[in-house]
Design a protein around this ligand. Structure first.
Ligand code: ADP
Ligand code: ADP
Length: 230
């Protein structure tokens, strides 16, 4: 079963002589439980691709399917994008982007409540996720009391809050040392398998590539064919 499929995504910024073709015919298939690394130099179109799949920055042309459903065709939405994004897509950023005045558990709980759960049910689920990711003992701490690696674990818990079909991570280990970075990458694999999500991680970190099932590389807006890790 496919979690994500993109067909021929193309993105053109600007027009006339300021036109930039940031992405050309980028196609990718990610199965449920598959963890994909997306590599490529700065300016190669990785963010453009990720924000198109994340339904934040629609492509100029091409299709995005999530769980087999056509969600975006060019800039035409086939569903309520905001609701669909909240339900199906979890984001993890370079910095954890946690809300500083909320505790770890509140940061996760609020994401669940926004999807319509009662506060009691949301709190229970948030605690399960934090336990699952090895930061249950940090539930009552604010982000500033946590290490970078712990903050990213909370951010991953938050991304999982609504059992998303897809997790998109933009350089999630950039601020971590290689040991912690590797642990966070391994966490994505655990999460993909246990929660049945497709995961795409944009990374410059070549040290942890062996944890990924599949690697794609962008160059000058073009997506390479997949390389499968053996
Ligand atoms: P990264 O390479 O880590 O994605 P960038 O510095 O390339 O970071 O881009 C940061 C943000 O600025 C992105 O949201 C990107 O879309 C936007 N951006 C990049 N290049 C341009 C540009 N030439 N004009 C306007 N916005 C840009
Ligand atoms: P990456 O994430 O690999 O660094 P981006 O997707 O951010 O690449 O950028 C791809 C190309 O698109 C770059 O040439 C960048 O300058 C350009 N670009 C990105 N965002 C914008 C924007 N908002 N406006 C104009 N050009 C942009």
């Amino acid at each position: 079963e496919l979690a994500i499929e993109t067909r021929d995504l193309t993105k053109i910024y600007g027009s006339g002589n300021t036109e930039v073709v940031a992405m050309r015919n980028a196609s990718m298939k990610v199965s449920v439980g598959e963890v994909v690394a997306l590599l490529g130099p700065s300016g190669s179109g990785k963010s453009t691709f990720l924000t198109a799949v994340g339904l934040i920055n629609p492509p100029t042309s091409g299709q995005v399917y999530i769980r087999g459903q056509l969600v975006l065709d060019g800039s035409t939405a086939h569903t309520n994008l905001r609701a669909f994004r909240r339900r199906h897509i979890g984001f993890v950023f370079q910095k954890s982007n946690l809300i500083p005045f909320l505790t770890a558990i509140e940061n996760v709980q609020i994401a669940i409540e926004l999807n319509g759960e009662s506060s009691r049910a949301a709190r229970r689920k948030a605690m399960e996720l934090l336990d699952d990711l090895g930061v249950g003992d940090r539930a009552e701490n604010r982000p500033s009391m946590l290490s970078g690696g712990q903050q990213q674990r909370v951010a991953v818990a938050r991304a999982l809050a609504n059992n998303p079909s897809v997790i998109l991570a933009d350089e999630p280990t950039a601020a971590l040392d290689s040991e912690r970075g590797r642990q966070v990458m391994e966490l994505f694999c655990q999460v993909a398998h246990e929660h049945g999500a497709g995961v795409i991680v944009v990374t410059h970190d070549h040290r942890a590539l062996d944890v990924f099932d599949t690697t794609y590389e962008m160059e000058d807006g073009r997506m390479s064919p997949p390389t499968h890790t053996v």
